[in-house]
Design a protein around this ligand. Structure first.
Ligand SMILES: [Cu+2]
Length: 748
């Protein structure tokens, strides 16, 4: 048996975990969290499926059981009092795709267990998330996919790692936040869709929080070896030890692959000006090492510290004209929390973090670099760092928090045509953000819950005046501004009503704001043909969104549907623009730049999952989104469609699962996209359909997963999978052809 926490046991919860067929399930992680606090106790079910959580203080608990292949089991409001042992047996359902969940109603966040994403053959978190309803990924090559949440992406979303801001350094977004975390680090991913996050500044379209693993009681280890088509190899291992009051966890992972081939057998490097010797070179090599420690000096106190280092080398980006020679990440995160206090202040949580990313990209793997004085004809050295933190406290049931961070971002671009004189394309821009927020939720009755939240922010973006290319800004935008401060409120109200038939209605209205980033305001690069220029006068984007959902759960049936409408004032959009002022040294007449436009992003999704028997699951979802903007000829916005809005998509899976053995067949259909931004040269993209198979066996601590993707070897391309501009290669990056993957894992 795996005991909970050593020491006295004022109260305990224990029981047996079984699968849908009544078979006992070993290896499930069970946790009890004291409601209204972060305080929790965890244990793992033993070989007879039994678990025991001891050392619980009096209070109401949320009990949760997680096991790979099964739906998370949650029980709220479990009251525990001193000296009492409560028996709670849990029967878990086999997982469906719904595990990565929409958030509209109350818990501002739902979550997915990392094991579900690890069952996927995806190479990174961005790609894996696309298996969830309403989430797409934007492919750039073999790895480093961007997350697209209901049509919002990159700068319009917050993607956090353990609540920490980790930004990419690349001005072309080669290295988005989810690229900077390894799968093997991930415990679960929390996704909140829509303008309802007031805990973090800038969640215009939603927030994704990637939660990393922490040590479980006792000594545990996991070793995994994954491999697959195109020379993919991914060994990883973690080891952890926890005995109150100490915990320690460490891990390592390495991933590499060749360039994959599409359904026609063509490598993604072909036809894109790669040097002959680069055609078969590595598509990526990524090594990651991480560790975290925690210490509880007194009951209810917890100090935590984590560090992660990732080194990515030789990452090919067929959708761009350059590739990453290296991209190195350091993440530090420290926290101290006090929970379970009596009186007005119930808990206090302090977090401080630092992240830094260094990025070097060139065309040295491409023919464009041949016979140049240096090994490249163009290169960009970029770096970014974020230093920040939060103090959050629960005053009875009111959350009150302060968030502050400072981000620096710089990039210097050297072009052979300009004698390699560096141009400070991102001129050492500092972003200083300070915000206050508060959130409150209460039950008006057993069936009605209301929550509201509000936030005030002040954000300053300031470029280094000596490095900013103010001549370029003046030539296209008639301003030499290098600093701007914005102050604004945001907030939301949400309501959820559950009827006596078990139908839940949720609805909300929210308002969030996102301040233009360093690149959008202060970028400056003179190029052959057209310039690429920031717009220092950009205003913040302000999203007011409505969200309504209905969900219904009975026996084996689950139906969830949502409709949403976002009206975004001053959405930041990319446009081509002609020069407006003659300035010495600015030779080109045209640039790619950024402009505010009023936009609407609306859509909906529906998910149906049904348990046909205790072992057969059916699940199907459809999601659609549409994005438009108000045309404004005087601002250069001549066409109404927003760029990079994903087409309608549906995913249907049939799964057989006994808990020991599973097999799944999946069909994915994507509609054509004809609502394209012609101003950026977007072209309509046809729809496609593909089929995938996977299966696996769990035996004691060992598991084996085997999969075959794109069963019929279709040659197809996702609408999102090419770079519009700037620095586009013009290539559509086709998805992989028929490919297999195999993963062997052992855990103790
Ligand atoms: Cu880059």
């Amino acid at each position: 048996a795996a005991p909970g926490v050593a020491g006295e046991s004022p109260a305990a919860v224990l029981g047996i975990i079984t699968g849908p067929d009544g078979a006992r399930l070993p290896g499930a992680t069970v946790s009890a969290r004291l409601e209204g606090s972060e305080e929790s106790v965890r244990a793992v079910s033993n070989s007879s499926g039994m678990y025991r959580l001891s050392d619980l203080r009096t209070g109401d608990y949320t009990l949760m059981a997680l096991l790979s292949g099964f739906e998370p089991y949650t029980l709220t409001g479990l009251s525990v009092s001193a000296g009492v042992h409560r028996v709670v047996d849990m029967r878990m359902r086999v997982a469906t795709i719904s595990d990565i969940i929409t958030v509209t109603g109350f818990s501002p966040r739902d979550s997915v267990e990392g094991a579900r994403t690890r069952e996927s053959s995806a190479r990174d978190v961005g790609e894996a998330l696309a298996e969830a309803t309403g989430i797409h990924s934007l492919r750039k090559g073999g790895i480093a996919s961007d997350v697209v949440l209901r049509g919002f992406q990159s700068k319009d979303l917050n993607v956090l790692i353990d609540g920490q801001r980790v930004y990419g350094a690349c001005p072309n977004h080669m290295d988005p936040a989810p690229f900077h975390v390894d799968f093997a680090e991930v415990d679960r991913i929390e996704v909140a869709k829509g303008p309802f996050d007031i805990n973090n500044q800038g969640s215009l379209g939603g927030v994704v929080n990637i939660v990393t693993k922490k040590a479980e009681p006792g000594l545990h280890g996991t070793g995994t070896l994954s491999t697959g088509s195109y020379g993919y190899i991914n060994p990883s291992a973690t080891l952890s030890f926890s005995r109150a009051p100490f915990s320690i966890l460490g891990g390592y992972s390495y991933r590499r692959s060749d360039a994959y081939t599409d359904g026609s057998g063509k490598r993604f490097t072909e036809g894109l000006n790669f040097r002959p010797e680069s055609l078969d070179s590595d598509a990526f090599r990524v090594g990651t090492i991480w560790g975290n420690v925690s210490f509880s000096p007194f009951a209810g106190h917890l100090a935590q510290f984590s560090y992660s280092h990732q080194q990515a080398d030789h990452v090919l980006y067929p959708y761009l004209l350059m590739d990453a020679v290296y991209d190195d990440t350091n993440r530090l995160n420290a926290g101290y929390q006090v929970t379970g206090l009596a009186g007005l202040v119930r808990s206090v949580r302090i977090q401080a973090y630092f992240s830094r990313v260094d990025h070097w990209m060139t065309d040295e793997y491409r023919a464009s670099s041949l016979s140049r004085p240096r090994e490249y004809s163009m290169g960009t050295l970029a770096g970014t760092q974020a230093l920040g933190g939060k103090i959050e406290t629960m005053l009875r049931s009111v959350k009150v928090g302060v968030e502050a961070y400072h981000r620096e971002w710089n990039a210097a671009t050297s072009l052979a045509g300009a004698g390699y004189t560096p141009q400070y394309s991102i001129p050492d821009v500092g972003t200083d953000s300070f915000g206050l927020y508060s959130e409150y939720a209460r039950s008006l009755s057993d069936r009605v819950r209301l929550s509201f939240g509000g936030r005030l922010d002040t954000v300053t973006t300031a470029a280094d005046g000596a490095r900013a290319n103010s001549d370029l800004h003046y030539a296209y935008h008639s301003t030499r501004l290098t600093s701007k401060t914005n102050n604004y409120p945001s907030g939301n109200v949400r309501l959820s009503v559950t009827t006596s038939l078990g139908i839940q209605f949720t609805g909300g209205i929210g308002h969030t704001v996102r301040v233009p980033d360093a690149r959008e305001r202060y970028f400056g690069l003179k190029r052959m043909g057209t310039d690429w220029v920031g717009n220092p006068g950009l205003k913040p984007s302000r999203n007011t969104g409505l969200d309504g959902g209905v969900s219904f759960r009975r026996e084996g049936l689950l139906v969830e549907s949502n409709l949403y409408l976002n009206r975004i004032a001053d959405y930041v959009t990319v446009i081509p623009q002609a020069k407006v002022n003659m300035v010495a040294g600015v030779m080109n007449g045209n640039a790619r730049t950024y402009q505010n436009a009023d936009a609407r992003i609306y859509g909906g999704d529906i998910l149906v999952s049904y348990l046909l028997s205790t072992r057969f699951f059916f699940s199907s979802d459809v999601s659609f989104v549409r994005g438009t903007r108000t045309t404004s000829p005087e601002r250069g916005i001549l066409t109404p469609n927003l760029a990079e809005i994903p087409p309608v998509r549906s995913r249907t899976t049939m799964r057989y699962d006994t808990g020991r053995v599973f097999a799944e067949v999946e069909a994915v259909f994507s509609g054509a996209q004809r609502n394209v931004d012609t101003l950026l040269g977007e072209a309509p993209t046809p729809g496609y359909g593909i089929a995938n198979l996977k299966g696996g066996v769990n035996y004691r601590g060992a598991s084996l997963r085997l999969g075959l993707n794109n069963l019929f070897g279709r040659q197809y391309v996702d609408y999102l999978s090419y770079q519009r501009d700037p620095f586009r290669s013009g290539a559509r990056v086709y998805e992989p052809g028929r490919n297999w993957f195999l993963s062997l894992s052992y855990r103790f």
